[in-house]
Structures are given as C-alpha cells and as structure tokens.
Design a protein around this ligand. Structure first.
Ligand SMILES: [Zn+2]
Length: 275
C-alpha cells in the first residue's frame, strides 16, 4: 500500500491507521448498461456518483449482530472497458469503488470471504431527480409519454435514463449473485430483489405500478406494498406519476406518508433507511 492510499484512507479515520491495521479491496458499484429495471445511468449521473460515493459506508448485513462489520469507500474511479458494449451498443463504463475495513478479530472470516470472491456483489442506493425516456427525452418524474419501457422503437429499446443524482446513500453487499443494479432507490429486501424480474414490460403504466410497489415496499414493507398496489390499480398515468413521486420523496426523507402498516413492517424501513 503506498502512502497516497494510506493518506486517502486516513482522511476518514479517527486516528491515523497503519497499513497492517487495514484491509482494502475493490467493488464495482454500478455501470452504464441497461439493467433489469430497464434503467441506466447517464454519463453525467456516473460522474456524480463517482464523487458521491467517496466516504460512503458499505454494510454486509442488515442484521444487528454484524453492525460493526462495515467498510468505507475511500476512492472511486470510472473505468471504460473497450472489450464490451452496453445492450444498446454504447462503450461500456463502470464505477469502481476502493474500500477499506479496519481489521478486527470479528471480521476475519468476512475478509476471507471477500478474498475468496464470495462477497463481491454490491447494490447501491441513490436518488436521481431526472428519469428520462430514452426515445423522446421527456422526464418521467414530471410527465408521461407514449413510449413504453422495454418496448422496441425501430432498433432502440426504450429505457429510462437516470440523470442528475441528488443523493447517494449506503451501499451493501448482497449474498446472492445479482447484476449490479442501477436504479433510483435501491432499497430492496433480498426476496423482493429476486422476485422483481421485469421480463416483458409492455405497458408504461404497469412499469410505474411496479415502481410504486417496490418504493412502497421500501417505505413500509410487504403490507405497504400491498396497500399501494391496490390503490395504484385504478389510477391513470398522471395519477400514477404523482403517486410514485410522493413515494420517492418519502423514501428520500422529504415527505411523510400515512400508510397502513403493521409495526413490524415499519421496523424494516428503519433498517433499510440508514443514511
Ligand atoms: Zn418517450
């Protein structure tokens, strides 16, 4: 480890740490490819994420017993991979995060797992204030358009371009191999992640309903997701956009929503909303 790296890390520590006290590793935080939510980050968004993730904590488990097992990003780098193109044929780029952990007796096994490549998949949390239609460029946060996410227009797969990152939150390791996933509010439970597979999105309203459902799940767990799904069923596009936006504001701490949730589900929110 050279001094430059050590200096970068020690900007975040209470006292200067020596090399033998530290464990460093790298993770891929996100990329510019279209993900399974049929969303991708714009170049501008990736640049903002590059700055935004420096200093952010990564957690290995939302379980309280492993609270001390976390890592911190001390540097980030945008890397172009010339051997690869995105699904829609753009040069592939990804955001690499360099992280450190302070070695303790408690995290010996964890470090072995990272070294062994077991815990390399991460998911990230961030908010994007603009969500552009890739076909017409309209901002789906404020308006609807005639294009449906997941549908082909000529040779172009309609997707949502996430632009203008307003916040980056924590990142976390996921135990299951899942694609590093670009999205607005990546707060899922593991089960929700696995069940959320938009294989054939054909209807814009339906995709907004799905987003409402996952945001509601983050806000208040299963009960809230169910309640929101029922409400969203009878809404038109304008109402859906409004409903989704209020959930987003709620999820980023800007608005309080009244939801009929059980107390145990509400705890879920506390757990996933650390900022
Ligand atoms: Zn459009």
């Amino acid at each position: 480890m050279n001094k430059e790296i050590l200096d970068k890390i020690n900007r975040f520590t209470r006292r200067p740490l020596a090399e033998n006290e530290l464990y460093t590793f790298s993770v891929i935080l996100c990329d510019n490819d279209i993900d399974r939510d049929i969303e991708c980050f714009s170049d501008k968004a990736l640049d903002m994420l590059k700055d935004g993730f420096v200093g952010k904590t990564g957690v290995f488990d939302h379980n309280a017993s492993t609270l001390n097992q976390n890592a911190r990003i001390y540097d980030t780098e945008l890397i172009s991979d010339d051997s690869r193109l995105t699904k829609d044929g753009r040069p592939y780029k990804y955001l690499k995060g360099y992280a450190y952990m302070v070695r303790t007796d408690d995290n010996k096994n964890l470090i072995a797992e990272i070294d062994g490549g077991i815990k390399k998949e991460v998911s990230i949390s961030c908010s994007a204030s603009k969500r552009l239609c890739s076909v017409c460029g309209c901002d789906r946060n404020t308006t609807g358009c005639a294009h449906s996410k997941g549908k082909l227009y000529g040779n172009n797969l309609c997707h949502t371009v996430l632009d203008d990152i307003t916040d980056t939150y924590e990142w976390s390791f996921v135990a299951v191999p899942s694609q590093v996933n670009a999205g607005v509010t990546k707060h899922f439970s593991e089960t929700e992640k696995l069940s959320y597979i938009p294989s054939a999105v054909s209807d814009n309203d339906e995709s907004i309903r799905r987003e409402i459902r996952r945001l509601a799940f983050f806000a208040g767990g299963t009960a809230a997701a169910e309640t929101a799904s029922v409400s969203a069923k009878s809404m038109n596009t304008a109402q859906l956009v409004k409903f989704r936006n209020s959930f987003e504001k709620y999820c980023t701490g800007g608005l309080k929503l009244q939801l009929d949730t059980k107390s145990e589900e509400t705890e879920n929110y506390e757990e996933f909303s650390m900022k």
